[in-house]
Design a protein around this ligand. Structure first.
Ligand code: COA
Length: 179
């Protein structure tokens, strides 16, 4: 397809990935080995889904997202556009799960341009704001607003960003939270 003047090549599905019939994957998206995308899940255009990623039936992923290896996306997770999710990040959708009883799952929303570092755990029913960065290894127990940097267990807001910050240190547009 042609998107903004750029040609998006066809999708690439590694032959060892399991994309169930009925999942919907946009042009230019790549799905790497051992990933499992369930019937009904939708993934936008130009995404990268790493190896061993699990994506449940009701998950919605926007365009140009990067989901790194071993990410667990259960029912109820909605990811907007240009979101980065670091390796081994886990989303939870039931607050007090019980073996043998399927609880009602809660919805989690990750807004445009958010970045979740490696190895984060996101508790059920939360929203991570647009452009917000969650540091590696964080346990997020409360929703986060737009354009903050947070980290820790439990994750706390550490900095406010005036603009979307990049991760390579070239722009310094953040302000330390007053303590
Ligand atoms: C959150 C993050 C963006 C902050 O980067 P930064 O603004 O350059 O922060 P600094 O390195 O200056 O760290 C500031 C302080 O916070 C601490 N800190 C930074 N990130 C932390 C984290 N994830 N968890 C706990 N503490 C953290 C540092 O130890 C430092 O503490 P100090 O002031 O006592 O020395 C970065 O540390 C991070 O976690 N990035 C995610 C990387 C990642 O997962 N990439 C995935 C692809 S591999």
């Amino acid at each position: 397809m042609v998107d903004g003047g750029k040609f998006k090549p066809p999708i690439f599905i590694h032959h060892l990935a399991d994309c169930e019939p009925g999942c919907c994957i946009g042009d230019g998206t790549k799905v790497w080995r051992w990933s499992h995308i369930m019937n009904g899940a939708t993934i936008g255009v130009g995404c990268m889904i790493g190896a061993c990623v699990f994506i449940a039936s009701t998950v919605r992923i926007g365009n140009d997202c990067r989901i790194q290896n071993n990410v667990f996306l259960p029912d109820g997770v909605i990811i907007e556009d240009s979101v980065f999710i670091g390796p081994n990040t886990t989303f939870c959708n039931v607050k007090k799960p019980k073996a043998g009883k399927r609880g009602k799952f809660e919805t989690t929303l990750i807004k445009n341009g958010a970045v979740l570092g490696a190895g984060c755990t996101i508790l059920p029913g939360l929203t991570i704001g647009a452009g917000t960065i969650v540091g590696a290894g964080s346990v997020v127990t409360k929703s986060m607003p737009d354009n903050v940097m947070c980290w820790g267990n439990p994750a706390k807001i550490q900095r406010f960003q005036y603009f979307r910050s990049d991760m390579d240190g070239k722009t310094d547009n953040t302000e330390q939270k007053e303590t």
